[in-house]
Design a protein around this ligand. Sequence first.
Ligand code: PGA
Length: 233
Amino acid sequence: MQMKIIAGNWKMNGSVSMLQKFYEKLADVKTNNKIIICPPFTLLNMGTNSPKNLDLGAQDCSINENGAFTGDISAAMIAETGAKYVIVGHSERRIYHNETNEMVAKKASIAAANGLIPIICIGETADDKKAGRTLDVINAQIKTSVPAELSDFIIAYEPVWAIGTGIIPTSEEIESVHTHIAALIPAPILYGGSVNSNNAGQIMSIKNVSGVLIGGASLKLDDFLSIIKSTDN
Ligand code: PGA
C-alpha cells in the first residue's frame, strides 16, 4: 500500500508525560506512513525532541497575524515551535466557536503564509445527509474554506455525525465523497470520524483515501500504533 498520512487529533487531552510515552514507543516504529500528532498548544514545544518519523501539528490558529487578541495563538507562533501542520475548520471549532467557511479560509491562508501545512476539515451534518445535501455541502465548503491560491494543504473529510459516535459511513459512501473531492482539488484527502484500530486498515484501502484523522483512538498508544501498522504489510 502507498504511504498514508496518519494524524492524531488529541483535542483538549494529553500531557507532557503522555506525549513523552508516545515518543518512546514511536521511536522504535518503522513505517512508510507519515505520522502526525496534533496535541494542545502547550505541548507543541516538545516538537523539537520528537522521533524522526513524527511531526507535530496544532489544532487551530488565530485568524489574525498578531496584536491585541487575548488568548489567541498565531500561525507564526506555531511555526516557531517547529510544528509543521495545523488543523483548521474542525467541526468542533465550527460548532463551539462559530467558525465560518470564510474564517477557515483565512486561517488556512495565514497558516500557509507562515510555512505550515493546513489540514482543512470539511463534512456534512446528520441533517445534511438525511436531506441528501452531502455533496452540495462539500462543494460549498471547498469553494469557501479552501483559498484558491493554496498549493500545499490537506483535506480532512469528517462527516460531523461520525465524529465521536462510533458510527462510520459505508466504504461506498467514503469512496464516493473522496472521489468527488479528488475531482475538485489536488490534495491528499484524509477520512476522519470514529476511526479505530479495527476499521483503519479497511478505510485506508478505499480509493482516494490518503490517510486518516483520528480523535479518540489516537489517545490510546496501543491503538494508535496498531493503526499505523495496519497499512505496513
Ligand atoms: P473521533 O474524532 O475519531 O473521536 O471520531 C475525529 C475527529 O474529531 O477528528
